[in-house]
Design a protein around this ligand. Structure first.
Ligand code: ASP
Ligand code: MG
Length: 411
């Protein structure tokens, strides 16, 4: 079996859904697990619904909600599907003001994937394919760490395997990426951009021959084509390189998606959905690293936090463990660490958790910070490449080894 994952951009309109059919048919339309994200920018729009409701702005929430429903209804109609008949529409917003923000977030935001997969599944079915729709909140069991749920591997694996191995199962299963559910039936999400991770996990459980991520780029490129005009395709990579790329902020795949595949030696293809026969890129055991071209990876929205001990007895080891405990408790994602005799600096994603972490750190340290930063990682750098990258930029901090340079840059 194979796992195909279609991201939001590949199902942003009716043409995208038709293209899914085309790709699935090219593959023989059998023994396929099709993992789908929310359509286009739906996840962002659903986040706004939650934000408005949390802020008590019900009118705005409703307007946004209606826009989201209309967007899906328009796509359904264009595909010849009847809203309300072929696909049941969510009536009310599943928001309960007595519950914590993050729990509400998961109940509302998960609907993007529910809607997209229903449309894709019903459409494929109407085109005469043998299809089954899977409701991942009932199949992928997680804990209730809202917005970053942790998968219960044992339960999920056995439930999903049992579902897949059933006799007479239809040839194609359409499942939501990004979402799962708790034992008591609440929907959860696995963290933004988590569909790749879902696809990888399913590939692992089902011992897939391969996992393919269909994207709006030709494969894995050495730089973001929206930033660098001249990009080069990297045809093959090792898992290790891929993890580093993803962790440095490459938008190409979710960092968590590599391990489930590496563990079972399942190759991961990244292919252009506009040109399904193209070879794209493959990440596998025997991939070769990017040769000859430097790889540029931007990680945006960073904050550099510097801790200085309040007295002079700065014991690095002790402080490190204290600092990292706090960082971990506050769910910060560290992208770079630098220490000197009297300071420790960490570069982290500037999320909603940062403020709380800074307050906790201030109890033991003098804390200063700089925000509006980006982290540029250059793999396969040379002195010339580095000079060029630094030119005209304000560099807050840099770390270089022989082959890799990391620059914290003012945005
Ligand atoms: N729809 C989710 C998001 O946009 C998950 C994904 O696309 O991977 O974050
Ligand atoms: Mg998405």
């Amino acid at each position: 079996m194979k796992v195909f994952k279609f991201g939001g951009a590949s199902v942003k309109d009716a043409a995208g859904v038709r293209n899914v059919e085309r790709i699935v048919r090219l593959e023989g339309a059998n023994d396929l697990m099709v993992v789908v994200s929310a359509m286009g920018k739906t996840t962002n729009a659903l986040e706004r619904v939650v934000d408005y409701l949390a802020a008590g702005q019900e009118d705005k929430a409703l307007t946004q909600w209606v826009d989201i429903i209309d967007f899906h209804v328009a796509i359904m109609k264009e595909l010849g599907l009847q809203p309300g008949v072929d696909i049941r529409l969510q009536g009310e917003i599943p928001y309960d003001p007595s519950l914590p923000y993050d729990e509400n977030y998961d109940q509302v935001v998960s609907l993007g994937e529910i809607m997209s997969t229903q449309i894709v599944a019903v459409y494929l079915l109407k085109q005469g394919l043998s299809v089954e729709w899977w409701n991942m909140p009932k199949l992928l069991r997680t804990d209730n760490t809202w917005r970053e749920a942790v998968i219960d591997e044992t339960t999920s694996r056995s439930v999903i395997r049992a579902g897949w191995d059933r006799p007479n199962r239809p040839g194609i299963v359409v499942a939501q990426g990004f979402i799962g559910g708790t034992e008591d039936g609440k929907r959860t999400t696995l963290g933004r951009e988590g569909s790749d991770y879902s696809a990888a996990v399913l590939g692992n459980y089902l011992d897939a021959e391969s996992v393919t991520i269909w994207k709006d780029v030709p494969g894995i490129l050495n730089a973001d084509p929206r930033i660098e005009p001249n990009t080069v395709l990297i045809p093959s990579l090792r898992y290790m390189d891929a993890v580093e790329l993803a962790n440095s902020g490459a938008q190409v795949m979710h960092p968590k998606s590599i391990r489930p595949l590496e563990n079972k030696h399942i190759p991961l293809f990244v292919k252009p959905f506009g040109d399904p026969k193209a070879s794209g890129s493959v990440i596998s055991d025997d991939g070769v690293g990017p040769v000859g071209v430097p790889v540029y990876i931007w990680r945006k929205n960073q904050i550099l936090i510097t801790m200085r001990a309040k007295d002079f007895s700065f014991a690095l080891e002790e402080s490190l463990s204290e600092i990292f405990d706090i960082i971990h408790q506050h769910r910060l994602k560290v992208s770079l660490i630098q220490s000197s005799a009297v300071t420790i600096s960490v570069c982290v994603d500037n999320t909603r958790f940062v403020q709380g972490a800074i307050e906790a750190l201030q109890k033991g340290f003098n804390v200063s910070y700089n925000d509006h930063l980006s982290l540029l990682t250059i793999r396969g750098t040379t002195p010339e490449v580095l000079e060029q990258a630094k030119a005209g930029r304000t560099i807050m901090l840099s770390q270089t080894t022989r082959r890799t340079a990391r620059l914290v840059v003012k945005e």
